[in-house]
Every structure is written in structure tokens, then in C-alpha cells.
Design a binder for this molecule. Structure first.
Ligand code: F6R
Length: 613
């Protein structure tokens, strides 16, 4: 949700900023803009649409050389995604340029105050007020950081703000509240960004900023304070992946690359967490055995794809541990007055670790006295930082907006947690605990086998690409897989797609069936108590003229006569099946969007990290 970059150092600022924006474009692509400081003035260029439009604009109207710059790629909140509303926003006197991610909730009051003081606002954004407030503040503040601190004290809402001043070359100042910002420490140069991906080609040394902090960077210094100027302690860390991990690496699309990386992502997430006897260990979980034993209830909160991972986790947690588990959409959770006690464990699942709905849900849970465990892919992000413990997924950077490898690793992390909890509580898993843990260790190779069937799935997508609507059905853990398959298709191919629990078909959705409507069915492994019931569902669907596309185990012949198309899945334990069943649906959605000519990596209206509520 908006990407932000700032640079000071010996290199050409524009090149560094544009390169950083390219790596952050997944966060928003409604418009892009840059500001650079040179010769006591600020120059900006900004353009609606993708970064390429901005680059074309700069080509036509070049910027002067400069060693200090900021850049922004926007996901619009206030104001249409046009050139005027694009960031940076500049003060009337031209001395200040501001970029911003988040929402300034009291901007209307501040705007009215500025208008009453004779300021003429040019855009419809909430951001522009900061430029004018800061310009006014600079009449009394001793330096830019002081000025920004004073302005931040007047703002409510969520924001990362980055500013430059025409009279202070070699200084970039930023502030954060409830919105991401990391500092990159280089040698004789320093960086600011929403995500380390923006500066990973220059340095792996990163600094997390805390809540309500202001940072000033110069080529040789990084100074962090709170909003009142008191020095702040920060956490410095080394990023464990390099720039190549955030490149396409020979694939046409990030999404294709990330789908292909899933076996490795699963293996990396399991690494060192299951020993040869099937015993699970989870470093960083932050909860003692006594605490885990005393938990009476688990609530999982997450959004979108991560919510689907939570739904799968519920089946595993309740089956293996017998601890009641609920799954909640994070955006709904705190507004319905949930019952939370100190023997409730809340698990927040988030790839980015910055999703505002999930962050607010976990903060709410902590305020009520519950412990919070994060399952997260982004080291040092806000959600794990504010949790009691964390299980990191090791998917590596996920750049495509539609989540793929992060989803599978979230499921793996949830299984690991469920197995660990069963181990600590001595509940066993119903089945032999060590056997199922060892089976989990084999899932990476099984996902690899599914990837070998990609071509057949692509052909299927091409064959039915004219469909107006596609339904997905599943039972047990196949139900969240069906929801995930439908979500991927909606977000990438912009078409009507819905997932249902197959048992619910006859309670309403069956009325949607008509001649030729594709229905994708996730069949549980043979021997599962719901297997035969779903085979009956396939027959019901087919009898009403629908085209049945069936995902079933390798040797499941019971479906052959009712399926128009069969996608084969490697055999695995019931509860682990989502890891193999999801992959064909990701490939299918990716191909449907490609056939339709859509931008798979950056679907319309979306952004990867949703940092506003
Ligand atoms: C869908 C997708 C989103 C995210 C959701 C939560 O492909 O990526 O639904 O899963 O916005 O994001 P995180 O996991 O970053 O909290």
C-alpha cells in the first residue's frame, strides 16, 4: 500500500530511487513520483499510472544531477489516481516535498485550517496538508527533523511520511506511525524504504523503526528519536536474502517464479524444525510449555489468503490438539466484542506483517490480556514485533501481488504449531504424531510433482477461458482450498468465481448450475469419510450440465466416469492435502489471467501490503 524510497549518498539519487520504486511497485501502481534536491531547489516529476509512465516523463523532461532524493508509488486512498494527486506534494513556497503512505484521519480539519490561513491546496490528497503544515512549521523549527516532529504531533491516523527541504541537501527525514518504514545503513550513503527490497541491491544492513519515531538520514549518520525528540533505541539486523531473490530470475512473471519456488519455500520453512524422529521444535515461539498447556482456546485472525491458511489450521489444530479453535477475519474481529481472556491464544497470520486489519486485531487481543503468536514472512515487521512470539515462514520475498508461496508456507507453519502444541500437551495427533510430522517433511517433494503437471493445467485454462463464472467446491480442508482457488481467479482474471463447502451446494448454490458452467472439485483422499459424499456431489453437479474439473489423488478411479477433466494429486495425509491441491489452482488462475491479457503480477485496484483499514 504505497511504496516509499529515500536516498542520500554519492550516487545519482534519481537512479537509486527509481530502482527502489521498481522493486516496491507491488505495493501500489496508481501513480509514481520523485523529488530531488539540487542547487537550493526541489524538482519533482510525477505521473499517473505505472512507474514506466514516470520514467517516460523523466526521459522527456530530465532532472538535474542530485545526491538526495525521495520517490513514491501510490495506491490511492484520498483522491483519484491522476497526475495532480500523485506524490510528492510540494509546499507553496517550493521548499518542502512530502511523500506519504497511510491515511491522515484528521486531514479535513487541518485542510480547513490551512485554507483559512490563505493556503491554496492543489490536490485532493490528505498528504498535501503535511507539506503546507511543515513549511509553516519551518519558520520556527531549528531543523527539518524538529519541524517534522512538531507536525507529527498534530496528525492522527496511520502514516509513513518522508520529507526533503530545498535548503538542506544531504538530509532526508521520515516519520512513522502504524505504517512500515525501514532504514538501510550503507557506507557513506543511507536509505529509507517501506520494504528492504528497495535497497537490498546496495546494503543488507537494516534498521527497524518503532512506533511514533522520526529518523534523519545523511550520508554518514542515522538519528532516530520519538515524536518529542528523545533518542530512541532501534533494532539493527541483517537481511538474509539478496537482490537476486527479488528478481524474476528468467521467468516471465513473478507469480510464475513464486509458484515454482514453493517446494523450496516449504523446505526452508521446515528446516531445522522437525528432527529425524518427527519431533518438532519451534525457536522464537515465545510461549512456555506451561502457557501452551493452560490455553483453553485459540483464535486465528488474518485477511484474504492468510485467512484461508487460518481456516486450514483450524482443522489441524482441533484434530491434533483438541483445543477449540476459531478463525476470524481480522477486519471483523475487534468490532464484534469478542471474548478474550488470558487463557486465549490469538494467532495472527500475515505475509507482510503490516496488514492494518490484522495488526489492529492483534493489538486489541493483547489489550484484552491474550497472548499473541505471529506467523509471518517479513522479518522485523510490525506484527511479529508486537507479538509475544513468532513463527517465521521462510518463503523469501513475495513480489507478485497474489500470494502463492507465502500461503503454502503459512499452512506449513500452522501445521508445525499444531504438532508442537500436541507434543507439549501430550495429546498425540489421533494418528502417530511422528509419522505425520515426517510426512510433512515429504510435502516439498510432492509439491514439486504437482508442478510437473503445469502444462496440462494451462491447457485446461486456455480451453475454458471464455467461461463467465467458475465455481469451486471442497470439503474439510478442501473447502478453504476451494475458497483460495476462487479468490485467486477473482483477483487475477477479474471474473466471477466462488468457493463453497460442497455439502452446502444443495442449500442454495446448486441453483447457479447451468449447462457448461465449470465446477472445480477438490476431492479428499480416498478413505476419508467425506470422499464418497463428494463423489456424489460431482455426480449431482454433472447431472445439471456443469463441466466437472476434478482434483483427486493419483490412483482415485472412482471419479473417472463423472469428471470431464482430472487433475491428479500425489497421495498424502488428509490434512496435508491443501499443500498439493492449491498449486494447480494457482497455475490455473495465473494462466486464465494471462490468456485474457491481464497484468498478473499487478492486478487492478490491488496492492500487496494493505496498510490501511
Ligand atoms: C491474495 C492476497 C491477499 C493477502 C491479504 C493479507 O492473493 O495476497 O488476500 O493474503 O491481503 O496479507 P498479509 O498476509 O500480508 O497480511
Amino acid at each position: 500500500m504505497c511504496g516509499i524510497v529515500g536516498y542520500v549518498g554519492p550516487k545519482q539519487a534519481l537512479d537509486v530511487v527509481i530502482e527502489g520504486l521498481r522493486r516496491l511497485e507491488y505495493r501500489g501502481y496508481d501513480s509514481a513520483g520523485v523529488a530531488i534536491v539540487a542547487d537550493h531547489r526541489i524538482d519533482t516529476r510525477k505521473k499517473a499510472g505505472k512507474l514506466a509512465n514516470l520514467e517516460a516523463e523523466i526521459e522527456l523532461d530530465p532532472l538535474p544531477a542530485s545526491h538526495t532524493g525521495i520517490g513514491h508509488t501510490r495506491w490511492a486512498t484520498h483522491g483519484a489516481p491522476n497526475d495532480v494527486n500523485a506524490h510528492p506534494h510540494v509546499s507553496e513556497d517550493g521548499t518542502i516535498a512530502v511523500i506519504h503512505n497511510g491515511i491522515i484521519e484528521n486531514f479535513a480539519v487541518l485542510r480547513d485550517e490551512l485554507i483559512a490561513n490563505g493556503v491554496k491546496l492543489r490536490s485532493e490528497t490528505d498528504t498535501e496538508v503535511v507539506a503546507h503544515l511543515l513549511a509553516a512549521q519551518m519558520k520556527t523549527s531549528s531543523n527539518l527533523a524538529d519541524g517534522l516532529r512538531a507536525v507529527c504531533q498534530r496528525l492522527t491516523g496511520a502514516f509513513t511520511i518522508v520529507v526533503v527541504h530545498s535548503e538542506t541537501p544531504d538530509v532526508v527525514v521520515a516519520a512513522r506511525r502504524n505504517s512500515p518504514l525501514v532504514v538501510g545503513r550503507g557506507v557513506g550513503e543511507n536509505f529509507l524504504a517501506s520494504d528492504v527490497a528497495a535497497f537490498i541491491a546496495h546494503t543488507r544492513n537494516a534498521i527497524e523503526l518503532g512506533q511514533d519515531q522520526v529518523v534523519e538520514i545523511t550520508p554518514d549518520s542515522i538519528t532516530v528519536t520519538d515524536f518529542f525528540g528523545a533518542p530512541a533505541t532501534v533494532h539493527e539486523y541483517e537481511v538474509t536474502w539478496d537482490a537476486s531473490a527479488a528478481e524474476k530470475g528468467g521467468y516471465d512473471l513473478f507469480m510464475l517464479k513464486e509458484i515454482a519456488e514453493q517446494p523450496k519455500a516449504i523446505a526452508d520453512t521446515l528446516l531445522g524444525r522437525i528432527d529425524a524422529t518427527g519431533k518438532v521444535s519451534l525457536e522464537g515461539i515465545g510461549l512456555s510449555d506451561d502457557e501452551l498447556k493452560s490455553m483453553k482456546k485459540i483464535i486465528i485472525t488474518a485477511c484474504g489468503t492468510a485467512y484461508h491458511a487460518g481456516m486450514i489450521a483450524k482443522y489441524a489444530i482441533e484434530h491434533w490438539t483438541r483445543v477449540p479453535c476459531e478463525v476470524e477475519l481480522a477486519s471483523e474481529f475487534r468490532y464484534r466484542d469478542p471474548i478474550l481472556t488470558d487463557d486465549t491464544l490469538v494467532i495472527s497470520i500475515s505475509q507482510s506483517g503490516e496488514t492494518m486489519d490484522t495488526l489492529m486485531a492483534m493489538r486489541y487481543a493483547r489489550e484484552q490480556g491474550s497472548k499473541v503468536l505471529a506467523i509471518c514472512n517479513s522479518n522485523g515487521s510490525t506484527i511479529p514485533r508486537e507479538s509475544d512470539g513468532v513463527i517465521y515462514t521462510h518463503a523469501g520475498p513475495e513480489v507478485a501481488v497474489a500470494s502463492t508461496k507465502a500461503f503454502l508456507t503459512q499452512i506449513v507453519a500452522c501445521y508445525l504449531f499444531a504438532m508442537y502444541l500436541a507434543q507439549v500437551r501430550g495429546t498425540g495427533f489421533g494418528e502417530s504424531s511422528s509419522d505425520i510430522a515426517l510426512e510433512l517433511g515429504r510435502m516439498s517433494a510432492k509439491v514439486d510433482l504437482v508442478l510437473d503437471t503445469s502444462e496440462a493445467i494451462r491447457e485446461l485454462a486456455q480451453e475454458i477461458s471464455d467461461a463467465q463464472s467458475i465455481l469451486f467446491i471442497g470439503r474439510s480442508v478442501g473447502f478453504p482450498v476451494a475458497l483460495e482457488g476462487a479468490l485467486k481467479l477473482k483477483e487475477l482474471a477479474y471474473m466471477h468465481a466462488e468457493g463453497f463447502a460442497a455439502g452446502e451446494l444443495k442449500h442454495g448454490p446448486i441453483a447457479l448450475l447451468e449447462e457448461g458452467l465449470p465446477v472445480i472439485v477438490v476431492v479428499p483422499p480416498q478413505g476419508h469419510e467425506l470422499h464418497d459424499k463428494i463423489v456424489s456431489n460431482i455426480q449431482e453437479v454433472r447431472a445439471r450440465g456443469a463441466k466437472t474439473i476434478v482434483l483427486a489423488e493419483d490412483d482415485d478411479m472412482t471419479i473417472n466416469e463423472f469428471a470431464h477433466h482430472i487433475i491428479r494429486l500425489p497421495k498424502c495425509p488428509d490434512l496435508l492435502q491443501p499443500l498439493v491441491a492449491t498449486v494447480p489452482l494457482q497455475i490455473f488462475a495465473c494462466e486464465m489471467a494471462t490468456v485474457k491479457g491481464y497484468d498478473v503480477d499487478q492486478p487492478r485496484n490491488l496492492a500487496k501490503s494493505v496498510t490501511v483499514e
